[in-house]
Ligand binder design. Sequence first.
Ligand code: 2HG
Ligand code: ZN
Length: 471
Amino acid sequence: MSINPSLLAELRRVVGPQGYLDQAADVEPYLVDHRKLYRGATPLVLRPDSTEQVSAIMRLCNEARVGVVPVGGNTSYCGGATPSEDGSQIVLSLARMRRVRSVDPLNYTMIAEAGCVLAEVQAAAASADRLFPMSLGSEGSCQLGGNLSTNAGGTAVLRYGMMRDLILGLEVVLPDGRVLDGLKPLRKDNTGYDLRDLFMGAEGTLGVITAAACKLFSRPASSVTALVGITDPKHAVSLLSRLRSFTGDAVSTFELIPRLALELVLEFVPNTANPLDGRHDWYVLLEIGMGRQDESLRGAIEAELANALEEGQIVDAAIAASESQREMFWRLRETIPEAQRRIGASIKHDVSVTTSELPQFIIEASQLVRSISPTGRIVSYGHLGDGNLHFNVSRPVDQDDESFLRLAPNINRAVHDLIARYGGSISAEHGIGRLKREELVRYKQPVALDVMRAIKQALDPNGIMNPGKVL
Ligand code: 2HG
Ligand code: ZN
């Protein structure tokens, strides 16, 4: 099904010569998702530079019933920003809408456009001596709009929450081109349904987010980053609870790392070294930040970790002694996905349970996986403080990618059924996209699905917003 050439011409006119790509080589990067699971086609990638242009685009596409696929930095995991294979959808990149419209340090807020790279948003906050706490591995290329649309998580959720918790209001272009201006940077606005939350996590299926009023925080004046060796995830859970109460909830990061993940990073990622002498079955990367300057923080955490060591809760610990060492500790965690890619295909699960149940879940899920793939290499790491595990399985050393991936349906079913028994989530932070649509139908409560479909029908009756994703 091809798009009417006169519509394409009209769309090009709306955005002007700088605002579109239609040559094969230029369009190519928009056709494949980050994990290379999908390859789509499109005659046109639009790159508007204003909300008015987005509005005009949506109006035209809605009238013509042409699907629109919004894309940010294209770093998502579920194919949510890749057009369909038949070339019947246009791609809408927000990359040129990258202005920070305003920063109000006294109100602790900032208004930024969807195309801002996350690192730019963080930097704009820092230059006003504030913190925008959303932080994740792809922050140098992912965009605010994608973070909003997928309700991104990352490594500071424990303290600051997910994207939904960091936003006060949104500007959204609806499928019919109308602009929903909810950009008020107010902390209290109790005037009916929460429209803002509808669009976060909707993965572009209800409208196009063009700007957001973001919450800012005080920058931690003192912080401690540590890598801790442990024998069992259950000790990690109790250590987290210990440190939360010891610091008055100042733990911002608490990431579980299995030995295999650390070894892969040390093998494949340059400028990494293990700060601990011994080899341990599990590690935790943790960070604690205090709002006020506190010279004694490091000593206090050191002493508390020594107590934990004495009680057998942990077996080793190293505290970063400099900023460069801190960055290296972080590299040990953030490059796990990249290091895991180096050992071949992997079957991924982005799941959550309660933090307290997470250790038992790891045991049971690992047993299930071993019954299907006895030598599959389990790399289960992630945001323990949020109960969110990336329960990934890499192919065995002596198996090829293709035959291993044939096990994916069985392994997915076993792990997701287990998650259902735990009352957990089959997608804790990576969303649904195209990849998990069937899983969503299988595991989401039918009443919840009905409500979701009703909302979709009400806002996008012609089904032009990111068709084929989520629902
Ligand atoms: C992370 O926490 C990301 O590093 C990626 O969410 C997880 O690759 C993965 O499975
Ligand atoms: Zn993650």
